[in-house]
Ligand binder design. Sequence first.
Ligand code: ADP
Ligand code: F6P
Length: 324
Amino acid sequence: MAKDIQTIGVLTSGGDAPGMNAAIRAVVRQAIVKGKKVKGIKRGYAGLLQEEIIDMQACDVSDIIQRGGTILQTARCKDFTTEEGQQKGAEICRKHGIDGVIVIGGDGSFKGAQKLASLGINTIGIPGTIDLDIACTEYTIGFDTAVNTAMEAIDKVRDTSTSHERCSIIEVMGRGAGYIALWCGIANGAEDILLPEKYNYDEQALVNNIINNRKKGKKHHIVINAEGIGHSASMAKRIESATGVETRATILGHMQRGGSPTCKDRVYASTMGAYAVDLLCQGKSNRVVGYRDGEYVDFDIDEALAMQKGISDYQFEICRNLSL
Ligand code: ADP
Ligand code: F6P
């Protein structure tokens, strides 16, 4: 028989992402509308193990939909990757009367949710990461804001790059994935994009492209380098000496993780937060919310974690074509 959930715990885990607050707000308020109690678990699984658990009312999530970061704080917690830590986490949930937990985070965080589910605590995952690297969903909370932040920053670098007739290597986040780099590559009209999924480490091809573009009269050369490839500073030095074109490296870094969420991030995060509560109310567990083909959907976490995601060959190709 499906478990009747009375109290829902909510936590954010892994890297923060703009829109996480909108998701927390939606979880708290949809749960209250459905007659459930809500407890906020601070600092992800680390806070769970430290019993940093607070009651949450509708007013506790006032004035946060527009804020970046996460009011619950977030953390990475090694102890929770052990069986002992997971059992302790499930025990603490029981002690606090938490019978369902909503985990907002990435793949790593979903593995934690999977473990809690196997120990009898109903869990639902919501994809929250700027990296867009979760295979079961076309959207992850924070990507839209992050990619817009990066795009605006790259436009600014481009201005000065053009004035000085330089080559600029701009490194964007994404962990092992190249989605931020691909989107910025297209949106910023970059001459080259280096993605972990596609790069063959043929730096000579890059050098040739810079030299050819110079001959054609291009005044700048923007290379978007995904952090999964990295080493932008040393790459800049090698490129400058191989091409004779003055080259600078810019690493955008954590600015990509902050800021007020875009409308898209607020709306999707709100919908996913409410959807996760509805799944728990239906007695579901070990599920992750996703967005596919225009609809909000959910998958078994085991299946979701086994899915593979790739970069679109077509978008990669047109990014190059359009910067001709
Ligand atoms: P993300 O959720 O963004 O992928 P991480 O991979 O850093 O971020 O994972 C966040 C947290 O999830 C980890 O610090 C850990 O507490 C938990 N976690 C990750 N992998 C596992 C696992 N295999 N089992 C249990 N918990 C895990
Ligand atoms: O997963 C989000 C992310 O920002 C990645 O893009 C990046 O690799 C990582 O987190 C950085 O983590 P930290 O905040 O620990 O430096």
